[in-house]
Write a protein that binds this ligand. Structure first.
Ligand code: ASP
Length: 366
């Protein structure tokens, strides 16, 4: 139990986001200030590294690397202790370019155990932004809990005066304890917006507003300490797997792509393949079709995605698309290729049956 003094508008306001006038003990508020005792919810913060935790070397400004622990992060986040009791797990300290699906599977085991604790209200994962959407999507299809799990990062290092980590952590903690955020799956919280892990993409290389859900828009916002959701995520599906099928790769197909790349990939002994086809429904050069048939004959499922950031792959309309559908390629719906790969890794860990894999894709990416 922690005692907070907060002279905010009665019934509203969030003590971590003081308006400037509203400082506890401020003479201007004498008589208005009230003491209330609140029991703060517990949030577990899993720190994994990324720019959010990075410090620049004095000797080499603009060169930064993960350095801060979860505790070190919180020391820089004034106001966090008024939102939640935060427990820290220093899971790792890496750039997210080095995060792997196997590590995310392991992280999810720890998160699952944490969420099962009755005293834990939610989880925040601090992470590099390069693969934040990958980790959060994989976690979304691996975790079943109703409790909020919020992934966040920063576009500026903790050495930068523009460090966006403080706001993103405060907003993420706020979302992790918000009753409205329950049952929404894993979300990404960046720049005041909450995104469904399934929909969000890092659309800008460097802007703090890099994260966008192109087809759907964000689920909502965290504004002045309040979580406001405008929509719900699409139907969620969680899969229980002990391992992931690691040998799943993506080939990006562009105008005139050489089909021998596909041939070489099959020769490497992959167990699943995602093709990112051309913008639109994901069309491929006709030369790819026989090899897709070969792959299937060798029990390698092939999923087709589109380079277009919005819209779905279906096999209707243009004759090329209809014929492509006849090869037995599995439509990736509106999933981008990197997320389709993660789903295929999970699906293959559950089943080798192509019809079942097809129906997993139809459910998650209709
Ligand atoms: N390189 C960083 C990473 O760990 C990028 C970032 O965090 O923004 O993904």
């Amino acid at each position: 139990m922690r005692t907070l003094f907060f002279p905010y508008e009665r019934g509203g306001g969030n003590p971590a986001y003081p308006c400037g006038l509203c400082q506890a003990g401020d003479d201007r508020w004498r008589g208005v200030e009230e003491e209330i005792a609140v029991s703060l919810p517990t949030v577990v913060l899993f720190a994994t590294g990324g720019t959010i935790s990075s410090l620049e070397a004095d000797s080499a400004p603009r060169v930064y690397a993960p350095a801060l622990t979860g505790g070190g992060l919180l020391e820089r986040v004034r106001g966090y202790a008024q939102i939640a009791n935060v427990e820290v797990v220093d899971y790792t300290s890496i750039g997210s370019n080095d995060m792997t699906p196997a590590m995310v599977l392991d992280l999810c085991r720890r998160v699952r155990t944490t969420l099962a604790r009755s005293d834990v209200t939610g989880v925040v994962i601090t992470h590099g932004t390069a693969t934040l959407e990958d980790t959060c999507f994989l976690a979304d299809i691996l975790l079943e809990s109703e409790k909020p799990v919020i992934g966040t990062g920063a576009m500026y290092s903790a050495s930068s005066p523009e460090w966006d980590g403080r706001r993103n952590i405060l907003d993420s903690l706020t979302a992790a304890v918000a009753p409205v955020a329950r049952g929404k799956g894993v979300m990404v919280c960046m720049n005041g917006e909450l995104h469904a892990a399934r929909d969000v993409l890092k659309m800008h290389a460097s802007s703090p507003a890099a994260f966008v859900s192109p087809g759907t828009g964000p689920l909502g916002v965290v504004d002045e300490g309040k979580v406001i959701l405008y929509r719900s995520p699409s139907a969620r599906h969680a899969f229980s797997v002990e391992s992931l099928e690691a040998r799943v790769e993506v080939i990006k197909v562009t105008q005139g792509s050489d089909v021998r790349v596909l041939h070489a990939m099959l020769g490497l002994g992959i167990h699943g393949l995602v093709l990112e086809g051309l913008p639109g429904r994901g069309a491929l050069p006709s030369s790819f079709r026989p090899l897709i048939r070969d792959a299937r004959e060798n029990a390698v499922p092939v999923v087709l995605c589109t380079r277009s950031p919005t819209g779905r792959v279906t096999f209707v309309g243009p004759i090329d698309m209809v014929e492509l559908g006849e090869t037995g390629v599995i439509p990736g719906g509106d999933l981008p290729a990197h997320k389709a790969r993660l789903l295929l890794m999970v699906a293959l860990a559950q089943t080798r049956n192509e019809d079942r894999i097809r129906s997993i894709f139809a459910a998650v990416a209709p």
